[in-house]
Write a protein that binds this ligand. Sequence first.
Ligand code: C2E
Ligand code: CA
Ligand code: CA
Ligand code: CA
Length: 277
Amino acid sequence: VKQAGRNGIAFFDPEMEARVRQRHALQLALAQAIDGGGLQLYLQPQVDARGHTVGAEALLRWPQPGGRFVSPAEFIPLAEESGLILPLGAWVLEHTATLLARWQTEPALARLRLAVNVSPRQFREADFVDRVAEVLRRHRLPAQHLELEITESVFLGDLEEARRTLQRLKALGVTLALDDFGTGYSSLSYLAELPFDVIKIDQHFVARLPQRRRADLAIVSTIIALGRKLGTTVLAEGVETAEQAEYLVTHGCHLLQGYHFGRPMPIESFERGLGAA
Ligand code: C2E
Ligand code: CA
Ligand code: CA
Ligand code: CA
């Protein structure tokens, strides 16, 4: 691999070579972590307007020796690229289903929803819906307690195909959430036409609320109003302050998620916080 790259950048550039090696090492380590029990799910509470926990989002954590974590923001893109996202996504689905099944026997937890992130590549797999159906069946789960968070990027490809997949998932009874709404390729027509139960206002907009710029306030209040008119539950993520929470609730936002209510935490901490055994 010593030819010049596409832009005339030599690939033997030692820095670039080091980066390629590092990515490769990270991919190998991730593959081992998936198989060898090296991954964990953390849970972040989702609360209603009164601050009562109604569910949680499952977020992957990859602990390293020495107590450090590799952030999912770092390894999810790598997993997408390498195809590892498929075994990884399967691992997440299986573990959330196992957890939900256990919650069904715990009065303090049985009514909670558990949201999982679905990567675009995972969503586009031909057998994705069948896998979800199989997991629901095998664990005897109330389907609506499993929430799938999907980003708008799945609509960049074949929109009709994406619509069919969503409708098949909807038919299973699972809850569908549109993640990171307002970023990237947002289109209001997605909201109106597609069977989402929840829209998640991206944390980027929430973070800007305290600056009280008219444009930001207008965007947030408009998303909430639109969601409500369409009969969709509106959730704001990245809520860090009481002031943000109050603005959102006052404008009719149904659900909130963010450091103000709880950081992503180990499963046991989340369960203990709700008074479960
Ligand atoms: P996301 O789905 O948008 O998740 C929200 C991110 O915001 C999480 O970062 C969460 O820890 C963080 N967050 C929550 N509350 C606050 C807050 O109040 N302030 C700020 N500044 N941040 C907050 P995290 O856990 O590092 O995950 C990053 C991204 O990695 C996620 O973004 C998601 O896209 C992806 N990801 C995480 N777990 C999974 C997974 O199991 N599967 C897939 N496909 N992607 C995942
Ligand atoms: Ca998410
Ligand atoms: Ca999000
Ligand atoms: Ca995001």
